[in-house]
Design a protein around this ligand. Structure first.
Ligand SMILES: *Cc1c(COP(=O)(O)O)cnc(C)c1O
Length: 354
C-alpha cells in the first residue's frame, strides 16, 4: 500500500503520473527509446516541453496575454537571484513573510537597495503583515504567496503600481487567483508540479530589458524566451513529469476543481487541530495555509507516542521543518482527501487513549 505522503517537498505526485513517467523511462512514445536518452531537440521532446509550457499558461488563464512560460534550472532559489539580476535597477520592495522571502531579500541586496515593506520575522513568521505601502518608485514588488515552512498563505495581494513578482513555489496551481495581476511568477517544480530539477517561470515580456547591467546569458530571462527554454539542455525528465501533472490537473477540471478539494482537505485538518484538546495551530487563523498546515502537540511528552501512531498508520513526512519543529502536514494537489482523514483519525485515537 502506498503511504499517505504529507512530505513538504519533494512531495506527492499523482499515482497515474508516476506510472506514465516510469513507462516513459523505459520506452517513450513506443519509439523503443527512453525519454531520458533521446535528444532534447527531438520532435518527441520538443512536443513535450511545448505542451508543458502551454498547459501552464492555459491553467493559469494567461494565454495570449503577453506572458511566456519557461522551464529553467537552479530551483526557486536561482530565481531569487535572477529576478533581481533582470529587474532591479535601483531599488525594489519586498514583503518578508518567511524563510524563503528572507532568502530572496538576501540575494537581491547584491543588486540594489531593498525596501522591506513589512516583516513578520519578529514573531517567527506566524502571520502575514497586511498594513504596508509599496513605494511607487520601486522597480518591482516581491512577495511569497505561500510560506512552506511557517504554514501561512497570502489570501490577497496588494494593488501595486509597480510590477508584481511572486514566489508561488508551494501553492501554484492550487487555487484560483487573478493571475493577470502578476508580472512574474516562479515556482520550483517539486511542490505541486513535478520532481525537483526544473523551475517554472511565467514572465510578462514587457517588464524585461529595463536594467543597464550586463546579464550573463544563462541568467537572462530574454535568452530563455528567445530560445524557448532550449538555450541549453532542459531538465527533460522533470519537464516531462510536470507536463503529465499539468495534464492530469486539466483533465480533473483545472484549478477551480482542485481548489475545492484543497479547501476540503484544509478544513478537515484545521477543524481537528482546533477541536482536539491535545493539538494547537501555530499561525494566525486568517493566514493559515491550505497547502502546509503547521501544528504542535501541547504536551511534548506525547511526541513519541504520536509519532509511532502516525507512522504505523502509513503516514510519511509529517515532521515540521527543522527550523520550527512540531508538525507540518503538506496537502498538495495530489494528496487525496482520504489521506487527511487517516491523519485526523490518528489524532482522535491519540486523544481517546488518554
Ligand atoms: C521550496 C521553496 C523554495 C526553494 O526551492 P528550491 O527549488 O529548492 O530552490 C523557495 N520558495 C518557496 C516558497 C519554497 O517552498
Amino acid at each position: 500500500m502506498k503511504k499517505h505522503n504529507f512530505s513538504a517537498g519533494p512531495c506527492i505526485l499523482p499515482q497515474e503520473v508516476l506510472q506514465k513517467a516510469s513507462e516513459a523511462i523505459l520506452n517513450f512514445n513506443n519509439d523503443d527509446l527512453s525519454l531520458i536518452e533521446i535528444s532534447h531537440r527531438s520532435k518527441s521532446f520538443v512536443a513535450v516541453i511545448e505542451k508543458a509550457r502551454s498547459l501552464a499558461l492555459e491553467l493559469l488563464g494567461l494565454e495570449n496575454k503577453g506572458y511566456k512560460a519557461l522551464f529553467l534550472h537552479g530551483g526557486a532559489s536561482m530565481e531569487f537571484l535572477m529576478v533581481a539580476y533582470n529587474l532591479l535597477d535601483k531599488k525594489a520592495a519586498y514583503l518578508n513573510t518567511g524563510t524563503w522571502s528572507d532568502k530572496a531579500i538576501k540575494e537581491a541586496k547584491a543588486f540594489g537597495e531593498i525596501i522591506e515593506v513589512a516583516s513578520s520575522k519578529d514573531k517567527g513568521y506566524n502571520y502575514i503583515p497586511k498594513e504596508y505601502v509599496v513605494p511607487k518608485d520601486a522597480d518591482y514588488f516581491h512577495c511569497t504567496s505561500n510560506n512552506t515552512v511557517a504554514g501561512t498563505q497570502m489570501k490577497s495581494f496588494p494593488e501595486t503600481a509597480v510590477p508584481l513578482v511572486c514566489d508561488m513555489s508551494s501553492d501554484i496551481f492550487s487555487r484560483q487567483l487573478d493571475f493577470e495581476k502578476f508580472d512574474l511568477i516562479y515556482a520550483g517544480a517539486q511542490k505541486n508540479m513535478g520532481p525537483a530539477g526544473t523551475t517554472l517561470v511565467i514572465v510578462k515580456e514587457n517588464i524585461l530589458g529595463k536594467v543597464e547591467r550586463h546579464i550573463p546569458s544563462m541568467l537572462n530571462y530574454q535568452t530563455h524566451i528567445d530560445k524557448d527554454s532550449m538555450f541549453n539542455t532542459p531538465a527533460v525528465f522533470p519537464v516531462y513529469v510536470s507536463m503529465l501533472t499539468l495534464q492530469w490537473l486539466k483533465d480533473l477540471g483545472g484549478i477551480s476543481f482542485i481548489e475545492e478539494v484543497n479547501n476540503k482537505k484544509a478544513a478537515l485538518l484545521y477543524a481537528e487541530i482546533d477541536r482536539n484538546s491535545l493539538f494547537e495551530g501555530i499561525v494566525a487563523k486568517e493566514d493559515r495555509s491550505t497547502m502546509n498546515a503547521t501544528f504542535i502537540l501541547k504536551d511534548k511528552s506525547l511526541t513519541e507516542k504520536f509519532d509511532k501512531m502516525w507512522a504505523a498508520a502509513g503516514i510519511n513526512g509529517l515532521n515540521g521543518h527543522r527550523s520550527v519543529g512540531g508538525y507540518r502536514a503538506s496537502m498538495y494537489n495530489a494528496l487525496p482527501l482520504y489521506s487527511v482523514q487517516v491523519l485526523v483519525d490518528v489524532m482522535q485515537k491519540l486523544e481517546s487513549q488518554l
